[in-house]
Each structure stands twice: as structure tokens, then as C-alpha cells.
Design a protein around this ligand. Structure first.
Ligand code: ZN
Length: 288
């Protein structure tokens, strides 16, 4: 396993970690000042600054992307809504291409309407079928553009409203069905927050292998967790054995960035952005 203790060349910052403190152009500059080589931005943060402004700032600073967040949200109840979702995913693929992202991360969606508080039905099997069809359609477009898609399985507590793909095994089954040749066009984003509890995790990471392992997200699981969405911990502050999972990733051939992704309304989003980045660097060296 790579030794991270002496430098932070394999640290990437998922820019949601600083979304409250700074706009994306400032995040890029602050990362550059600290020798952080990669980020993974969110679409709304890019849109707020401007796609081409962001692309230019990345070129100017030499910062690259470890991923682009996010596409997905496929399930719908009408043909029109399905088409809108696919069109939005094509735009996300195009943005990822403009930013030279190595993958577009997919948070696939759950029961249609649930994220807004009004689920249209209780048929999670139908939602999963929509997800399969949505990924298949988006994959055809993404292949033509040259942007790999990374399915991110989410913790089952988000099955209703954010993602009905909840284990790495389930995500890899989709990969095997839609990309049986293991072309590199479809893979997974392994986020320790979502998968650390899974008794099959080690075996499924090994099954994925290098062609499927497109991104690695790190943070920590706090005990107690006070909010289902915005109470993620800094690496080292919770109960996830992050180095163990990184070891499994690297044993399977992964050699990319460790991307810090922390949504934290009661702690890290309240702190000075520079302090947060400095702690990310320190914990990347000591707890990843
Ligand atoms: Zn993630």
C-alpha cells in the first residue's frame, strides 16, 4: 500500500467539503496554495462560477479532477420526466468532459418524488429498473463522449430518496450487465461512508478490480450520528477503518486519489475553510 504519511500528493478534495465557506474558484486557489493536486466539484458549484471559468482556473493552477459530482436521479413516473433526467445526465457528461474529469459519479435516485417529500409509489423494484435503463442510456452517450460513469452505492438509509443501489455488489452486478467486457466505461465510486459496514466489502472490491474502481471517497462515521445527511466525520474521528479499506482498494489495483468528502453542518462547515483544508491534509497523512 502506498505510504501517505510523508506527503499529500494523493489527496483530493470533494468540494462539497467547503461548499458553505467558499465558492469554487476560491476553493481551487486555496487547494493550489497548499499543493493539493486534485478536486471533485459538484455541478451547482461549477454553475455558480461558470463552467468555462472553472475549466480555465483548473488549467491555470494545474489542478485536476478525481471525479465530477454528479449525475443520476433516473427514476420517474412519466416518459417526459424520464427524458428530462436523461437529458440532464447528458449535460452532466458534457460538463465532465469539458472539465477533463476521469469519471462522472452517479447517485442513481430512489423512489420518484421522495427527495421532495412526496414519493410517487412504494415500488423500489420499479425504481431499480428505471435506474438500470437510465444508466444504460447514459452509458451509450458517455461512451461516445469518452467519459466513464462511476455508480456510487449509497448506504441503505438513503434507499428511498437518493439511491436504490445500496451495496457494492449491487452496483457491480449492474456494471457486469451493462458493460460485460469491463471496458473501463462503467465502474464504481467506493465511498467508505456508504459501504464500510458491508460484510462483503473486501470480496466485492476484489471482484471489481482495477477497471471498475474509478473513485475512492473518504470521511468517517461518527457515533452517534446526529443527522442522516450532514453529520459526516473527519477521517480518524469515527469508527471506519479507512486504511484497511484503502488497502483492499490498492490490493485490487486502485492507484488514484483519496477524495475527502465531508458534509458537516454542525462542525466542519462552521470552521474556517483554511483550517478545514489543513486538517484534511494532516488526516490524509495519518488516518487514510
Ligand atoms: Zn461519495
Amino acid at each position: 500500500m502506498r505510504d501517505f504519511s510523508g506527503d499529500h500528493r494523493w489527496l483530493s478534495i470533494n468540494t462539497a467539503t467547503l461548499r458553505v465557506q467558499w465558492p469554487l474558484d476560491r476553493i481551487i486557489d486555496e487547494c493550489a496554495q497548499r499543493g493539493i493536486r486534485a478536486i471533485s466539484p459538484w455541478r451547482d458549484q461549477v454553475a455558480a462560477v461558470g463552467l468555462h471559468v472553472v475549466a480555465q482556473r483548473l488549467r491555470d493552477t494545474g489542478i485536476e479532477l478525481s471525479g465530477y459530482c454528479r449525475g443520476g436521479m433516473f427514476p420517474a413516473t412519466t416518459p417526459e420526466a424520464r427524458q428530462r433526467a436523461l437529458a440532464d445526465n447528458r449535460r452532466a457528461v458534457d460538463e465532465a468532459k469539458t472539465l477533463n474529469a476521469p469519471c462522472l459519479v452517479l447517485v442513481v435516485g430512489g423512489l420518484p418524488g421522495a427527495l421532495d417529500g412526496t414519493p410517487a409509489h412504494k415500488n423500489i423494484a420499479a425504481a431499480r429498473s428505471d435506474v438500470r435503463d437510465g444508466i444504460a442510456a447514459t452509458l451509450a452517450y458517455a461512451r461516445s463522449v469518452g467519459v466513464p460513469l462511476a455508480i456510487e452505492p449509497l448506504h441503505p438509509m438513503y434507499a428511498a430518496d437518493r439511491a436504490c443501489v445500496n451495496t457494492l455488489e449491487q452496483a457491480l452486478d449492474l456494471c457486469d450487465e451493462l458493460d460485460p467486457e469491463r471496458s473501463g466505461a462503467l465502474g464504481v465510486a467506493v465511498d467508505v461512508y456508504h459501504v464500510w459496514w458491508d460484510p462483503k466489502l473486501q470480496a466485492q472490491i476484489a471482484r471489481a478490480g482495477r477497471p471498475r474502481l474509478l473513485a475512492f471517497h473518504v470521511c468517517d462515521w461518527l457515533v452517534p450520528t446526529r443527522d442522516l445527511l450532514t453529520d459526516r466525520g473527519m477521517m480518524g474521528d469515527g469508527v471506519i477503518d479507512v486504511p484497511q479499506i484503502r488497502r483492499w482498494m490498492e490490493d485490487a489495483g486502485f492507484s488514484g486519489y483519496s477524495e475527502v468528502e465531508i458534509f458537516s453542518s454542525e462542525n466542519w462547515w462552521k470552521r474556517d475553510g483554511g483550517e478545514v483544508l489543513d486538517v484534511c491534509i494532516a488526516r490524509h497523512r495519518s488516518a487514510v
